[in-house]
Ligand binder design. Structure first.
Ligand code: SAM
Length: 256
C-alpha cells in the first residue's frame, strides 16, 4: 500500500525501536491504552501483547486489511479522525484502571492532537508519543534554551515531560525528512496554584514576539507590579520570556 503523505503516514519498520517503545509503556491488564494512528499495526501488535484494553483511532479506512484481524474482546479499532472523536463516550463501558495514550503521531497535527486530548478531561495517567525531534525538544525544554516557549509552559502545566530517546528517520518507511524522538508526558499530581486562563494568557502574551523583551511583549500589563517579582528573583527589567521559569510566571500571574 502506498503511504499517504497527506495523513502523515510514515510506518515504523524497525523492530528494535518498536521494542524500545513497548518497553517504556508500563501498563497492566486492567489498564486502557488508546493508540492514535495505528497505521498498519506495527506498534499495535506490541501493545496487544500487554493484554490491556486497547482502543485505536485510525482515520484511514484503507488500512482495515491490516488492522481488522487485530481486533478481539479487548482490542477495538475505530476508523475515525481522532480530532472528531468522542473518547469519553467510546470508553464509557470499559472498566479500566489507568488511562494511557500512545502513538506514532501524524506530525502535521501533533499539537492539535495533544491539545484536543487535554480538552477532553480524560484523567490521562501518561502519554507516550513519537514526535518530530524538534517538537520533543520544545515540549520538554527548560528555561534559558531556544526551545523554551509558551507551548512548553502550557503542556508542562499538565504534565511532567521527558524526552526518552531519539529515533532515526531510517526506522520509518517511507523515510521522513526529519529526525524523531519519543516523549513521555506524565500527569502532574500537584496542580499549580494559579488561575489557569489568566496564566495561559500571560504566557502567550509573554512569548508573543520571541525577540522582544518581556516588557515590550506585556505593554498592556501593569509592569511595575511585574518588576517587583522580577527583582525578587534578581532579574533585570530587560529580561526575555525565555529566561523566566514556571515558578516566576506563576508568581507574576498571582500579583496581577
Ligand atoms: N502507528 C503506525 C506506525 O508506527 O507504523 C503508523 C504511524 S503514522 C506516522 C501516523 C498514522 O496516523 C497513520 O496511520 C495515519 O493514517 C494516522 N492518522 C493521520 N491523521 C489522523 C487523524 N486525524 N486521526 C487518526 N489517525 C490519523
Amino acid at each position: 500500500m502506498e503511504a499517504k503523505k497527506s495523513l502523515g503516514q510514515n510506518f515504523l519498520i524497525d523492530n528494535n525501536v518498536l521494542n524500545n517503545i513497548a518497553n517504556v509503556i508500563n501498563v497492566s491488564e486492567d489498564d486502557l491504552v488508546i493508540e492514535i494512528g495505528p497505521g498498519q499495526g506495527a506498534l499495535t501488535k506490541y501493545l496487544k501483547n500487554k493484554n490491556c484494553y486497547l482502543l485505536c483511532y485510525e482515520v484511514d479506512k484503507d488500512l482495515t486489511k491490516y488492522l481488522d484481524n487485530l481486533e478481539n474482546n479487548k482490542t477495538k479499532i475505530i476508523y475515525q479522525d481522532i480530532l472528531k472523536s468522542n473518547i469519553k463516550e467510546d470508553i464509557k463501558d470499559i472498566k479500566y484502571n489507568n488511562l494511557f495514550i500512545v502513538g506514532n503521531l501524524p506530525y502535521y497535527i501533533t499539537t492539535p492532537i495533544i491539545k484536543y486530548l487535554i480538552s477532553q478531561n480524560l484523567n490521562i495517567k501518561e502519554m507516550i508519543f513519537m514526535v518530530q525531534e524538534e517538537v520533543a525538544n520544545r515540549f520538554s525544554a527548560k528555561p534559558n534554551s531556544k526551545d523554551y516557549g509558551s507551548i512548553t509552559l502550557y503542556l508542562q502545566y499538565y504534565f511532567n515531560i521527558t524526552k526518552l530517546f531519539k529515533v532515526s528517520k531510517y526506522a520509518f518507511n517511507p523515510v521522513p525528512k526529519v529526525e524523531s524522538a519519543i516523549i513521555k508526558l506524565e500527569k502532574r499530581n500537584k496542580i499549580l496554584d494559579v488561575n489557569k486562563d489568566k496564566y495561559f494568557k500571560l504566557i502567550n502574551d509573554s512569548f508573543n514576539q520571541k525577540r522582544k523583551t518581556l516588557k515590550n511583549n506585556l505593554k498592556d500589563y501593569d509592569f511595575n507590579k511585574i518588576l517587583d517579582v522580577l527583582e525578587k528573583y534578581d532579574l533585570h527589567e530587560n529580561v526575555r520570556a525565555e529566561e523566566i521559569s514556571e515558578e516566576i510566571f506563576v508568581n507574576i500571574c498571582n500579583i496581577l
